[in-house]
Each structure stands twice: as structure tokens, then as C-alpha cells.
Design a protein around this ligand. Structure first.
Ligand code: NDP
Length: 240
């Protein structure tokens, strides 16, 4: 008898979608979140709950988690994956792009952690997996605001990990290098997108999102007393 569920934000495309499919195939019950939920319709089943939730909408997140808890039992894990990458030069980039990235990438992760922690701490078990980036460890040209959000994910994850460790709750950070998803498409500058694509070609392309999904599953499936605190994975030919 299965109990509990895994919540995945940003499940509508890329890494989140591959992760959703991977956990479903392994027989987990999942709560899939995102805005474009038409993309999730084909995954719906008795074990898969789909809710339209924007990363910044805490009320909707809490309601979705409550629905899933009623259907499946307590939250076993949350994978805070939703993200935006709006690359731009700091001299010219619109502040609304900075705000959107900090809202989704940084505040979204804080909300995701806070929404599940009371239940996990009370039950003395649970796992939070935050999808950061290699851009949460190193800087890159035209990435100033984006790296700010991802350095935030790394530091907040590490802080919370220490705070909840004694309760048996794990916090993990997964930091991919370049992955083949829709992420770059969010950037509004064609010149920056062209430059990024040229660089990506020079390293023979990014990782398949399935590789990241398999990595998330591997980290999650370790025994609860083992916390793989951080994984950095990137194409071998990616130097930076
Ligand atoms: P995608 O663009 O394919 O996926 C992004 C996901 O985030 C979508 O499901 C999208 O859903 C969701 N999302 C974006 N904005 C919001 C919002 N406001 N509310 C709710 N959901 C939102 O990109 P990736 O799969 O690449 O990105 C996933 C994560 O991986 C991100 O955190 C990204 O920073 C990180 N990452 C990606 C790398 C890469 O090279 N691709 C490298 C390192 C890290 P919807 O729009 O339907 O709401």
C-alpha cells in the first residue's frame, strides 16, 4: 500500500517534466504543479494529481498540497524546480525581469520549503530537493540577476538543511550545467540567445533532461539517513 506523495514544481516542461515521468514510472504518487497544465493532461491518473499553481501563489500551493495530502497521505518530498532564466546585461535589463526571476527562482523555493516543513518536521522525515544551477556556484557573462537567484538557492538550501537536519529532514541541492530545455527561450535578447547557442554548440550541446531526472531520483532514493547534500552535473565538455 503506497502512502504519501512527491510534489514537483515546474512539471510542465524540461527537467520538471522528465522528473515527473521518472517518478511516475517508478510507482510514486505525485502532485504536479505549473501554469500550463494542459501539458500534464496525458499524465493524469489515480496516482497523479495535477494543479495549476504559479510559483509565486502560496495560497494555491497550500491548497494543492492539502488536496494531495487528502488523496495520498503526507508529503514525502518536494522538488522545487520551477524557474526562469532571463539573461541580460545589467546596464540595460528591465527590473521587471530581475523581479520575475527572484520571485520564481528564490521566493518560489522559500515558499516551497515553508509549505512542507511543518508536516515533515512533525513527522521527523521528508526530503526537499531544490534545483539550483552551476550558476549558483560560478558567475557567467550576462547572468548577473540569474546567478543572484541561484546563489540564493544554494545558500538558502544549505541554511535550511542545517536547521532541519536534527528532525530527520533532508535538504538537497541539484546543480546542473547546461540542459536541453525551453529555459533559454525565456531570455528576451536575441543577441544573448545567439551567443549562448553558439557556446552550447561548441560543447556539443547540453544534457538530456532525463539525466537530471535520473540524478534527482538517485538522490531521493538513498536511505533517509543518507543526505546527498549537493550534486553538480554538467556536460563533460562544459568547462565553466
Ligand atoms: P523549462 O523552461 O523547460 O521549465 C521551467 C519550468 O518552470 C516550467 O515547467 C514552467 O512551467 C515552470 N515555471 C516557470 N515560471 C513559473 C511560474 N511563475 N510559476 C510556476 N511555474 C513556473 O526549463 P528547465 O527545465 O531547464 O528549468 C527547470 C529548472 O532547472 C529551473 O529552476 C532552472 O533554473 C534549472 N536549471 C536549468 C538548466 C538548463 O540549462 N536548462 C541548467 C541549470 C539549472 P509553466 O511555465 O507551465 O508554469
Amino acid at each position: 500500500m503506497k502512502t504519501g506523495f512527491i510534489a514537483i514544481t515546474g512539471a510542465t516542461s524540461g527537467i520538471g517534466h522528465a522528473t515527473a515521468q521518472t517518478f511516475i514510472q517508478k510507482g510514486y504518487r505525485v502532485l504536479l504543479l505549473g501554469r500550463r497544465i494542459d501539458r500534464l493532461a496525458s499524465l493524469a491518473s489515480d496516482d497523479v494529481l495535477i494543479r495549476q499553481v504559479a510559483a509565486t501563489d502560496r495560497v494555491a500551493l497550500d491548497a494543492a498540497l492539502a488536496d494531495a495530502t487528502e488523496a495520498f497521505g503526507p508529503v514525502e518530498a518536494i522538488i522545487n524546480n520551477a524557474g526562469r532564466m532571463l539573461l541580460g546585461q545589467i546596464e540595460t535589463q528591465g527590473a521587471e525581469e530581475w523581479e520575475e526571476m527572484f520571485d520564481v527562482n528564490a521566493l518560489g523555493v522559500l515558499h516551497g520549503m515553508q509549505a512542507v516543513l511543518p508536516s515533515m518536521v512533525e513527522r521527523k522525515t521528508g526530503t526537499i530537493i531544490n534545483i539550483s544551477s552551476i550558476a549558483g556556484k560560478k558567475t557567467f557573462a550576462d547572468h548577473a540577476a540569474y546567478v543572484g537567484t541561484k546563489f540564493a538557492v544554494h545558500s538558502m538550501s544549505e541554511n535550511v538543511r542545517g536547521e532541519v537536519a536534527s528532525h530527520g529532514v533532508r535538504v538537497m541541492t541539484i546543480a546542473p550545467g547546461v540542459v536541453e530545455t525551453e529555459l533559454l527561450g525565456h531570455t528576451t535578447s536575441d543577441a544573448i540567445k545567439d551567443g549562448y547557442n553558439e557556446w552550447k554548440q561548441s560543447i556539443e550541446g547540453g544534457l538530456d533532461p532525463q539525466i537530471v531526472a535520473d540524478t534527482v531520483l538517485f538522490a531521493f532514493e538513498q536511505p533517509q539517513h543518507v543526505n546527498i547534500r549537493e550534486i553538480v552535473l554538467a556536460p563533460t565538455k562544459q568547462v565553466d
